[in-house]
Design a protein. Structure first.
Length: 344
């Protein structure tokens, strides 16, 4: 909006000064010749005379517009009013919850899920997909392959108003709560804060990915479209599975986490084969070198997004007991490796 006001001010300045210059063109010609003569500009040096005219033009505009600056500002603010920001509001964080440790944990977890919901919308639109397409399509891959609609929205503004504002509220609430919550809950609070951080990081990856994903969505090159549709599909599938696990009743969260991990691992396996794959399509001239470079870079953003979302959901679905058991299992595995190495 600020840019529109500046452009409007510049346009009005030029229009008013232009009218004055046309009406008083004879006086401007005399002033240009007079100033040029005094500063030693030759009579036939029209380039320098044009510079003198431009300087006099600007000075005249400033002298005329300065007394009207307040009226001009009022007009521009009325013509281009400040758009009210639609800020996301925390739903579950309240000071009353701090009095009870269990309530604090429940409130924070619900708010992190709320943050995830806001991020879901931004990630979906960032990949030029609708939320309903991801959650309701009977054939998600076919839907994505056939959809070339570009979503026109300001991803930076939505990040600031929908994601960052909630993340800041969660971090601030956890910081205030820690002094009132027993130490036994500290690890879980830390885990939930990290979950919120993972969501924010996933959105940042999408912000980087969106530029090329949109560019190649509109490309006439079917091969590069297919490659980026594959990236869109991988992210959409993980989001879809997260919601299935979250919303369906009777889902074993431990098994669901393993399924999500398998999905993330599958993407990583494909990425391990990426260099050979990209080299092959580049060698066959199906894509250009520039496309190949973009693809290699953007696979890293997808990989980061998948990791962030998986780690976030794992933290939100796991119970405190499951985390302790998992840590103990990892320690036992390390001990087994040490014993095996010693025996060998």
């Amino acid at each position: 909006m600020q840019g529109k006001r500046l452009a409007g001010a510049h346009l009005i300045f030029n229009m008013v000064t232009g009218v004055i210059a046309i009406v008083f063109i004879s006086q401007f010609v005399w002033a240009v010749d007079s100033v040029s003569s005094k500063v030693g500009i030759a009579a036939d040096n029209y380039t320098m005379k044009l510079a003198v005219f431009h300087t006099l033009f600007n000075v005249t505009g400033v002298l005329v517009m300065v007394p009207l600056i307040h009226r001009l500002a009022d007009y521009l603010f009325k013509t281009f009013p400040e758009k009210a920001l639609d800020l996301a509001e925390p739903r579950y964080l309240s000071d009353a919850a701090i009095e009870f440790p269990e309530t604090v944990l429940v409130s924070v977890k619900r708010e992190v899920w709320h943050l995830f919901d806001c991020a879901f919308e931004l990630i979906a639109h960032g990949m030029n997909l609708h939320r309903t397409q991801i959650l309701e399509s009977s054939d998600l891959k076919k839907t994505i392959d056939g959809d070339r609609e570009v979503h026109d929205f300001d991803i930076d503004e939505l990040y600031e108003t929908k994601v960052k504002v909630l993340y800041s509220a969660i971090v601030e609430f956890i910081s205030r709560s820690q002094s009132e919550v027993p130490g036994v809950f500290a690890e879980e609070m830390f885990r939930l804060r990290n979950a919120a951080t993972e969501i924010v990081e996933s959105v940042k990856h999408i912000k980087h990915l969106r530029k090329n994903a949109t560019k190649y969505l509109l490309s006439d090159n079917q091969h590069i479209r297919d490659e980026y549709n594959r990236l869109r599909y991988q992210i959409a599938m993980l989001l879809r599975e997260v919601y299935r696990v979250r919303e369906e009743e009777g889902v074993d969260h431990a098994l669901a986490i393993k399924d999500l991990k398998r999905l993330k691992k599958d993407v990583r396996i494909k990425h391990a084969e990426l260099n050979d794959h990209v080299a092959a399509v580049l060698r066959d001239e199906r894509i250009t070198a520039s496309m190949a470079t973009s693809l290699l870079n953007d696979f890293n953003y997808v990989d980061g997004t998948m990791k962030n979302l998986y780690d976030c959901v794992k933290a939100l679905l796991s119970t405190h007991t499951e985390i302790i058991e998992e840590a103990a299992e990892e320690v036992n595995l390390e001990d087994d490796d040490i014993d095996a190495a010693t025996a060998a």
